[in-house]
Design a protein around this ligand. Structure first.
Ligand code: SF4
Ligand code: SF4
Length: 439
């Protein structure tokens, strides 16, 4: 047995209590987007668990295509977890399998480059500065119109469409509300009001969606929370964990734990579903490490921003007349079990009509850079999501995760639409601005 498969064996051994009851019932199959599209058992959760076991038992070489291809093709959406009657921790096992796969066969160049850049504050600052310049000058938007659909040009076009999708959406005007903001409800709720909170800056959020981080701080403040600046925080490490680089994921996680501990805040607010899921699972990431107890304690204080806002009310804002197509991010719905809170945030905005997208529980195909590393399958999964969003006929798409915002926005733009996508907190912030809460 190789070192890599021995490590996976050790990891599976640690999960034995939850793995052994896997009765191969197949309840997870219909929930799996890759199995639904490809119809291959190896591209299902049950099939992938089977492959992991085969590696552990020395029956399958982790460098083989059988292992590499099917583990790589997984979106990591975790739709298979809540439907599993045995509670198999598929997400944790997938990260360990990816680490095993990466040890014997390094990931493709694009994935390696992305992980290297995201792991370095300097490199990602440079990347995002370039991205903001391409966005501001309209180069990204223009490239979507000019580039072809196939080959390298197609991948570049999709990347440009994702970048252009991070532009601030044009909200329907709707005018200033005639309702007095003074008649709005006062914040209520014992959990959050008056508590100190720090906002995770994140990597993509800080680089391309700083306006949403700022909206997060303003809306929490407007709901009675005491928002503090937390310095020396870093990328959450989710991209690295999903890409099989658990060493870098732990390094980044440690920096965040130390930064938020130093700040003394009671809550860590996260507005990106993928980051929130990773940070709530830092304890598992450090399993068996000296940091484990601290990581588990830290995770208890991590909340999606919608959870904090919902526990504080949230305070009703001014009217914003529009309809939104709401889509559940996988890492909020399946990994964190947060489904109603973002809707409550939107319901605090008079005039907003929420239309939940059909099959909103299915992955949008974002999954990091899946659309570029798996263009065919990614575009089939993403295409179905974009069609469902368009089907609602809503003015804006709305989802609380940067990867999903970029994926859905890119699909909409490639289809020729404006591709306006927002985050619930961004819309709430707009409503609060109209209400005059920040004066
Ligand atoms: S639902 Fe759970 S127990 Fe059933 S096959 Fe899938 S992983 Fe195994
Ligand atoms: S994480 Fe998603 S794509 Fe991967 S096996 Fe589970 S349901 Fe299928």
């Amino acid at each position: 047995m190789t070192t890599a498969s021995a490590r996976l064996a050790g990891a599976l051994e640690a999960q034995r209590e939850r793995l052994l009851p896997c009765v191969h019932c197949g309840f997870c199959l219909p929930a799996c987007p890759t199995y639904n599209r490809l119809g291959d058992e190896n591209d299902s959760p049950r099939g992938r668990l089977h492959l992991m076991k085969a590696v552990v038992e020395g029956r399958l070489d982790p460098a083989s295509d059988a292992f590499q291809v099917h583990i790589d093709r997984c979106l990591g959406c975790r739709a298979c977890e809540p439907v599993c009657p045995s509670g198999v921790e598929y997400g944790t096992l997938l990260e360990l399998a990816r680490e095993t796969a990466a040890e014997v066969r390094p990931p493709d160049l694009l994935t390696r480059a992305l992980l290297t850049v995201m792991g370095s504050r300097i490199l990602r600052s440079a990347l995002f500065l370039g991205g903001r310049m391409m966005r501001a000058t309209g180069l990204a938007r223009g490239a979507v119109r000019r580039l072809g659909r196939d080959g390298v040009a197609g991948k570049l076009r999709f990347a440009m469409a994702m970048l252009s999708a991070t532009e601030e959406p044009r909200f329907p005007d709707g005018g200033v509300s005639s309702e007095s903001p003074l008649s709005a409800e006062e914040p209520v709720g014992p959990t959050a009001v008056g508590a100190t909170v720090g906002v995770l800056d994140g990597c993509v959020q800080d680089g391309l969606y700083r306006r949403i981080n700022e909206a997060t701080a303003r809306t929490l403040d407007a709901n009675g929370l005491d928002v503090r600046v937390v310095t020396r925080q870093d990328c959450c490490g989710a991209l690295h964990a999903h890409g099989g680089d658990l060493t870098m994921a732990r390094r980044l996680a440690r920096r965040n734990i130390e930064a938020f501990e130093r700040s003394g805040v009671e809550w860590v607010a996260v507005n990106a579903a993928g980051c929130g899921a990773a940070m709530k699972e830092y304890g598992t990431l450090f399993e068996g490490d000296a940091m484990e107890a601290r990581a588990r304690a830290f995770s208890k204080h991590v909340r999606d921003v919608s959870e904090l806002l919902a526990s504080a009310g949230p305070r009703t804002g001014a009217r914003v007349e529009c309809s939104v197509a709401y889509d559940h991010p996988c890492h909020l719905m399946h990994a964190q079990g947060v489904t109603t809170e973002p809707i409550r945030v939107l319901e605090a905005i008079p005039g907003v009509e929420v239309r939940v997208v059909a099959n909103a529980d299915e992955c949008c195909g974002g999954a990091g850079i899946y659309g570029m590393t798996h263009p065919d399958l990614g575009s089939r999964i993403g295409g179905d999501k974009v069609a469902a969003v368009r089907e609602t006929g809503a003015d804006l798409a709305c989802t609380p995760n940067p990867g999903c915002m970029m994926q859905i926005g890119a699909g909409l733009r490639i289809e020729g639409g404006t591709g306006e996508v927002t985050h619930p907190v961004e819309l709430l912030d707009r409503s609060y601005q109209r209400a005059g809460y920040y004066r």
